[in-house]
Ligand binder design. Structure first.
Ligand SMILES: [Zn+2]
Ligand SMILES: [Zn+2]
Length: 464
């Protein structure tokens, strides 16, 4: 008799790297396939050269990707590996991707091309742009797109993608059903983004489909010292201290309106809502928005009605001079005006200029007197990252003050509790969190699984 089993391979007590496999008979879905980012413990620092053709076996040795049968090609596995290669594995396997953050996709390119990898149409489109500008993941393979609310089958497993809101387009959760029951995976989500109605629809649609087990992210949960129990009550309120995606343009405006110099901003450009917010801030401030060329490509593809300038970095200038522009860069430069540091310096108070951390040296060409650096969730994100202190050294060197204007992509503890109580599962599995145990359902049971253990979905329950 066929049974439905769940195995957890990653992400139970880390932020990201969620990898869960659900199997029914010989059919299997594996959801998300990211890498955990921890600059403090990563063995692969910037100095160790990666071995492109040996990546799968190196990552397996470093436990950066999971030891799972039937997903890696024979050639990519270590010779001594006891893992079953993809082509010798019975049944059908598919990988589901909730959204395009590296902690959810970082390893997906290493999966054997015979295994389909599904992502929402919006994610698929964004991925095409990311690949174009050189930000695709490693590996040479194709991806499949799926539609929100439209079920598809992996063997006898029924999968329905359900859209959520997160700080990246295309984010979705998955409703996954077998004859034994159904689970709901939230992916990453928030209520304080530009589209909270998507989370409400997610809840409504998931409840209409029905499910037994909820697998939910809990990124913002903290220890009892940092987050007292009374703050973990369900609420949809937005406390005054909570910055939302929609208030970012106003905050930019407040910080820059009296400034006599340049506005510099650092964002993570996969957050297209944030690009739109910065462009809106530019309008409110009557400052021209200048984007790095990669960000300009994303804006051109996903915010087609917006106008902006493209920053002429030293690298772009050299490429242009040597006829080494890539085709997408040539197309973009034909469609949008390019502007140099010298031109910006003539009237620096009229500009809002993007500068990502890897482009920090460009700051040396810009007049920054009287200006402000707005850190708006670009990398490096916080002082857990050694690069964060380096960024501070650079800004100190040029005497540019810094302000934080950002907001995370993850629901606040109160919002998590609200979503949980609305969904009201029989079994809750909180993960993608340093403190998953803090999220407790009102009615059903909380299960904190162990890695590698097999759990059985049976009669609306998950048992060991
Ligand atoms: Zn994540
Ligand atoms: Zn995410």
């Amino acid at each position: 008799m066929n049974q439905t089993t769940l195995i957890f391979h990653g992400g139970l007590r880390t932020i990201g790297g969620t990898i869960v496999s659900l199997q029914y008979g010989e059919d299997r879905v594996i959801f998300d396939f990211g890498l955990v980012y921890n600059p403090q413990t990563n063995i692969l620092d910037a100095q160790i050269k990666l071995r492109e053709s040996a990546k799968t076996r190196d990552y397996l040795t470093l436990a950066m990707i999971p030891h799972i049968d039937g997903i890696y090609s024979k050639a990519s596995l270590p010779k001594s590996s006891s893992l079953i290669p993809a082509n010798q594995f019975p049944g059908e396997t598919a990988v589901l991707i909730s959204h395009l953050h590296l902690d959810h996709i970082g390893g997906m390119g290493l999966i054997d091309p015979s295994i389909p990898i599904y992502m929402s149409k919006d994610s698929y489109n964004l991925y095409q742009t990311l690949a174009l500008i050189g930000e695709g993941v490693d590996g040479d393979r194709t991806y499949e797109s799926c539609e929100y609310n439209q079920a598809f089958f992996v063997g006898n497993i029924k999968v329905t993608p359900l859209q959520v809101d997160h700080d990246i387009p295309g984010a979705c959760g998955f409703h996954i059903e077998t004859p034994d029951g159904a689970i709901l995976y939230t992916g990453d989500l928030r209520l304080h983004g530009s589209h909270p109605e998507r989370v409400e629809s997610f809840i409504t649609n998931a409840k209409a489909l029905g499910f037994d087990v909820l697998i939910m992210e809990g990124t913002t949960l903290r220890s009892e010292d940092e987050l007292p129990e009374e703050l973990l009550v369900a609420s949809t309120d937005f406390p005054k201290t909570l910055i939302t995606e929609n208030t970012i343009p106003t905050l930019f405006t407040e910080l820059l309106q009296d400034k006599k110099g340049i506005g510099i901003f650092n964002i993570y450009h996969r957050n297209v809502d944030r690009i739109a917010g910065v462009i809106q801030a530019g309008r409110l401030l009557n400052r021209k928005v200048v984007l790095e060329i990669g960000t300009a490509q994303i804006a051109s593809d996903f915010l087609p009605d917006e106008t902006f300038y493209i920053y002429e970095s030293e690298m772009l200038r050299q490429r242009q001079a040597n006829n080494k522009l890539e085709n997408w860069q040539t197309r973009l430069l034909a469609a949008f005006p390019i502007i140099s540091a010298e031109e910006i310096n003539n009237n620096s108070h009229e500009y809002l200029v993007q500068n990502s951390y890897d482009q920090s040296l460009e700051l040396f060409d810009l007049h920054t007197e009287g200006g402000l650096y707005l850190h708006a969730d670009g990398v490096p994100l916080g002082d857990y990252d050694p690069a964060f202190h380096n960024l501070e050294r650079i800004l100190n060197l040029i005497g540019l003050p810094k302000a934080f204007v950002g907001t995370g992509g993850h629901a606040t503890p109160q919002h998590l509790q609200y979503i949980l109580e609305k969904l009201d599962p029989n079994v809750l599995i909180p993960l993608h969190s340093f403190h998953p145990e803090r999220l407790k359902p009102k009615r059903g049971k909380q299960l904190l699984p162990q890695y590698g253990k097999t759990y059985l979905l049976q009669r609306g329950d998950l048992i060991e």
